[in-house]
Write a protein that binds this ligand. Structure first.
Ligand code: GTP
Length: 235
């Protein structure tokens, strides 16, 4: 496998599948199957999952709610997804541990970096819930931060698109996909990969990001096998 330790970032919205809200069991199971494929190859896997299928902090602000309040609700939403993912993984025989950035010890271990690393070394998938535990940070930032903390070699950002394009392919059919692009070029061309906080953390810590389509079964193992799937962003 191309990488020994990875941080997989999954989108909460993708978990909806074709539903308008919540968790689509088929999609959840499909994700768990893909994770199992690389788990069986001995890859050390940490996962951060978003919560947009349940609640988004920014949406709360539109309704007049305090931004920080909304962000905490969003963090709880990620815990619901993280718990669902852990259950799906374990039903397939994948050993996992769930750690939360906000203490809720009846449901999850508290986030302890050294313990998370031990779990990975013992071959357990570690799911990190509740984002960074702080308002004003996205789950992409949580993914970048955790990846750096646990010395992951790469962030694999699973999305609905199959990589980064020169332009929005839905607006311009002539847009072409990058196989590799530098952080500086992403910035210079105004392309969007992650929010700036997350993006800068990756750039400054020399952590590459692979953007790929997680909704196509088999893609995750292809990325790990070194096949040209998605776009890699690096220094
Ligand atoms: P090792 O000590 O490396 O064997 O790891 P372990 O995770 O198997 O040991 P531990 O006895 O710490 O955990 C056993 C189970 O309890 C695991 O499923 C943990 O995720 C869970 N667990 C441990 N600490 C907590 C906690 O503070 N809260 C909750 N809810 N679960 C916990």
């Amino acid at each position: 496998m191309k990488y020994k330790r990875i941080l997989l970032k999954l989108s909460g919205e993708s978990l909806m599948g074709d539903k308008a809200f919540g968790i689509d069991n088929n999609r959840l199971s499909q994700y768990a199957n893909q994770i199992k494929e690389i788990y069986e190859q001995g890859v050390e896997i940490a996962i951060v999952i978003g919560g947009g299928n349940i609640f988004r902090g920014v949406q709360a602000e539109e309704g007049g709610m305090d931004r920080t309040h909304g962000d905490y609700m969003g963090m709880l939403a990620t815990m619901i997804n993280a718990m669902a993912l852990q259950a799906a993984l374990e039903s397939k025989g994948v050993q996992s541990r769930l750690q939360s950035a906000i203490e809720m010890k009846e449901i999850a271990e508290p986030y302890v970096r050294r313990r998370a690393v031990r779990h990975l070394e013992k071959g357990r998938v570690v799911v990190f819930g509740a984002g960074t535990g702080n308002p004003y940070f996205t789950t992409d930032s949580a993914a970048s931060l955790r990846a750096i903390e646990i010395n992951a070699e790469v962030i694999l950002k699973g999305t609905r698109v199959d990589g980064i394009y020169t332009e929005d392919p839905e607006k311009n059919p002539d847009a072409t996909k990058y196989d590799v692009i530098s952080f500086d070029d992403v910035y210079g061309k105004g392309l969007k990969v992650m929010d700036m906080t997350a993006f800068t953390l990756c750039k400054e810590n020399d952590l590459p990001i692979v953007v790929f389509d997680m909704d196509t079964p088999g893609n995750l193992v292809k990325v790990l096998s070194g096949e040209q799937v998605g776009t890699i962003v690096r220094n």
